[in-house]
Design a protein around this ligand. Structure first.
Ligand code: UTP
Length: 408
């Protein structure tokens, strides 16, 4: 794109202030900023006008789960099937670690956060320990793909190096970077984070498979013959990774995807619920449900929409490839966005000042024709660290880890 084309794209999209910023730069700066502008998806930026529009939901129906009692009955059989798949190199794991962990408020990758009480225990370390419980049992390693972003890639890889991959073989760990997306003010004007840079942030956790493909990491998946990918969040320190019982249950069900779910603590719990929408699996947020749906009950008295997702999914790779180029819903989210003002001063807002654009992994579920809803015991498998204190915090996760016998 030459300079005239650049200016014309910016004018057409109401971003004249970027032209002014561009004109003040030296050649290097101009090149950098122009390259960023070229990558902007203007159809996404234009969505800031529709921020208040919520997505229309289709016809919702409950989706029954494979419940714990049933899983316990068939546990040995599922585990055997799962371990066979793992030993045949058919299972890989994907750690979503590209987020910024703003609620936790620590600088750097969330996985570097030390949750130890009497010794150092890092979140990444805990996750690798959990994975190694499985690989010890299977007697082989599971390839681990770690998604990072421009904001934390170098620090994440350096930390793994420094800690010698927490004892996991380096050959089985591959890092890949996710895409970045611009942020805008409430009028849709692009924010800048430096004189020569747009304000860019990770584009949500929904683009992970696309990013695996464009970064070439998918080749490794293919070369190893991996057929299933287990996706999980960095912040659940009780996360079971490549859980053979889960893998076996999904394989046994014949479904092309599976989701670990927990029974809702109460009808109003703020958790995305796995259900059917127009006959396909779907995750619907609590605020998208009517009171009637939230409180509806089955004949046995159980809530009809009773199972919430914990960001631990199993997807079949061939199906992921089929849907990879389908457009995903873009979520326009109000955020506090640090930016430089017209005088070059950095401003760190106290309240939301604009929008970021995010793709979410939960939207992928609806792209699959079926999904096994697989119940897990909350206290054994769900200890998310979102905040420093209170709900879903370092404190609550530490308590749950200790309850599960982990020395901190
Ligand atoms: P969250 O939605 O909790 O976001 O991510 P976050 O960035 O970690 O935390 P906050 O909202 O800023 O406090 C759930 C999972 O998705 C990953 C996170 O790293 C976490 O494992 N994620 C999120 C990405 O990999 N990329 C993203 O762009 C966003």
């Amino acid at each position: 794109m030459n300079e005239n084309e650049l200016f014309s794209v910016l004018c057409d999209n109401g971003q004249e202030h970027i032209i002014e910023a561009y004109k003040k730069l030296d050649q290097m700066g101009k090149k950098k900023l122009a390259a960023q502008v070229e990558k902007v998806d203007w159809s996404v930026v234009a969505m800031s006008n529709q921020a208040s529009l919520s997505q229309e939901r289709g016809n919702l129906q409950p989706l029954s789960a494979l419940e714990i009692t049933e899983i316990e009955k068939n546990k040995a059989e599922y585990e055997k099937t799962g371990l066979m798949a793992i030993r045949a190199s058919k299972v890989g794991a994907v750690l979503l670690a590209g987020g910024q962990g703003t609620r936790l408020g620590s600088d750097g990758p969330k996985g570097k956060y030390n949750i130890g009480l009497t010794k150092d225990v890092y979140i990444f370390e805990r996750l690798i320990c959990n994975l190694m419980e499985v690989t010890d049992k299977a007697g082989c390693f599971v390839p681990l793909y770690v998604m990072t972003s421009d904001k934390n890639h170098d620090e994440t890889t350096a930390f793994f190096e420094e800690k010698n991959y927490f004892g996991y073989p380096k050959d089985f760990v591959k890092f890949f970077k996710q895409e970045m997306a611009p942020s805008v003010d409430f009028d849709g004007k692009l924010y800048m984070e430096a004189a020569d840079s747009l304000s860019l942030s990770p584009n949500g956790n929904g683009g992970w498979f696309y990013s695996m493909a464009v970064t070439g990491v998918l080749d490794d998946v293919k070369e190893r013959g991996v057929e299933w990918l287990n996706i999980f969040a960095v912040d659940n320190v009780l996360q079971r990774i490549a859980d053979p019982v889960f893998v076996g249950a999904v394989l046994d069900s014949g479904c092309v995807s599976g989701a670990k779910v927990v029974r809702k603590a109460d009808p109003q719990e703020k958790i995305g619920v796995l259900c059917l929408e127009d006959g396909r699996p779907s995750i619907v947020e609590y605020y998208e449900m009517t009171d009637e749906i939230i409180h509806s009950r089955e004949e046995n008295g159980e809530l009809s929409y009773n199972f919430g997702v914990i960001l631990n999914y199993l997807f079949r790779v061939d199906k992921l490839e089929e849907i990879m180029n389908q457009k995903m819903q873009v979520h326009v989210v109000e955020k506090k966005i640090p930016y430089i003002d017209g005088n070059g001063n950095m401003v760190k807002p106290e309240t939301p000042n604009g929008y970021k654009f995010e793709l979410l992994v939960l939207d992928m579920i609806h792209m699959f024709e079926n999904c096994l809803s697989y119940e897990v015991v909350r206290d054994y498998e769900f200890a998310p660290i979102k905040n420093r204190t209170g709900v879903d915090s370092v404190e609550s996760a530490q308590a749950l880890l200790q309850k599960n016998g982990v020395v901190l």
